[in-house]
Design a binder for this molecule. Structure first.
Ligand SMILES: NC(=O)c1ccc[n+]([C@@H]2O[C@H](COP(=O)([O-])OP(=O)(O)OC[C@H]3O[C@@H](n4cnc5c(N)ncnc54)[C@H](OP(=O)(O)O)[C@@H]3O)[C@@H](O)[C@H]2O)c1
Length: 272
């Protein structure tokens, strides 16, 4: 496993487990299985309604807290100071944790001043309730605005990024400003398991198209949080660290002409 270094100096495992659409006993079991397999980085959100199940899975596996990196998110209707603080408290209670490793603004909301939410996140940092603050679905201009406010350090931007949505300008901007980039829907919601180019490249390495899609991100220094409910998928997704794509394979994937944004919502005002 490789790690990204956050602007605090802390480490974020490059590969984590996404949990959207997992719920109840199946979610708790998948989280516990992931821990057994070696995952330590988990991604959830208040909006997913599964924090309690994720927390149950984490507790079942009895992993030492300091070995875990748990991210959750505040939904866009809770970005006022009071609501954001409450959302964080509820997440902590649901997850049965004393602190969160990373709390993100899930989606921007132009009706709430960004400084108000980031100010609330700064309070949570000071109180030790969260170790890092970050954003999600932020474009370059919104991220610039967030950084310029200087309200609290922004450790991470979590965005849709995969072999058919190579957001190079946003990647470069994050790298320049020391904001870790984490890719959601890294497998195109499962679609890239059948991707022709990735499958062809994978065949040369004895790997699947899905593993190529993840390796491409990891090799670019981008974190990835594939969701997998099945144990074989959880295990396969961890197997992206002891082999490499060649420069030519990276270039071929970098220049894939298809652009598919799978999650588009006008509140984000995507620029690309
Ligand atoms: N910040 C945001 O706004 C945002 C938005 C979307 C997602 N996210 C986060 O990112 C996570 C991942 O994104 P996602 O859930 O949209 O999609 P994804 O991870 O791109 O794809 C998940 C799908 O891929 C399948 N899969 C997993 N590993 C596989 C493998 N090795 N081979 C073949 N198929 C495989 C899964 O099947 P099984 O489940 O059957 O194993 C599932 O159907 C989410 O769960 C969530 O935590 C965040």
């Amino acid at each position: 496993m490789t790690h990204l270094t956050l602007n605090s100096g802390a480490s974020l495992p490059s590969l984590g487990m996404g949990t959207y659409k997992l719920d109840g006993a199946a979610c708790a079991r998948a989280v516990a299985e992931a821990l057994e397999l070696g995952y330590t980085h988990f991604d959830t959100a208040a909006m997913y309604g599964n924090e309690t199940a994720v927390g149950r899975g984490l507790a079942e596996a009895k992993a030492p807290r300091e070995k875990l990196f748990v991210t959750t998110k505040v939904w866009r209707d809770s970005l006022r100071r009071g609501a954001a603080l409450k959302s964080c408290e509820a997440s902590l209670k649901n997850l049965k944790l004393e602190y969160l490793d990373l709390l993100l603004i899930h989606w921007p909301n132009a009706d709430v001043p960004l400084g108000e939410t980031l100010g609330a996140f700064a309070e949570l940092l000071d109180a030790g309730k969260i170790r890092h603050a970050g954003v999600s679905n932020f474009t370059v201009s919104r991220l610039k605005e967030a950084l310029a406010l200087n309200a609290c350090p922004i450790a991470c931007n979590q965005i849709e990024y995969h072999i058919h949505l190579n957001q190079e300008p946003l990647r470069a901007f994050c790298a320049e400003r020391g904001v870790a980039l984490v890719a959601y829907s890294p497998l195109g919601k499962g679609r890239w398991r059948d991707d022709e180019l990735a499958a062809r490249i994978g065949a040369a390495h004895g790997k699947s198209a899905a593993q190529v899609a993840l390796r491409w991100l990891v090799q670019k220094g981008i974190g990835a949080i594939p969701k997998a409910g099945r144990r074989e998928h959880l295990a396969a997704n961890l197997d992206v660290f002891d082999w490499s794509l060649t420069d030519e394979e990276l270039r071929r994937l970098d220049t894939e002409p298809r652009r598919e944004r799978l999650i588009d919502w006008d509140v984000a005002a995507f620029e690309e």
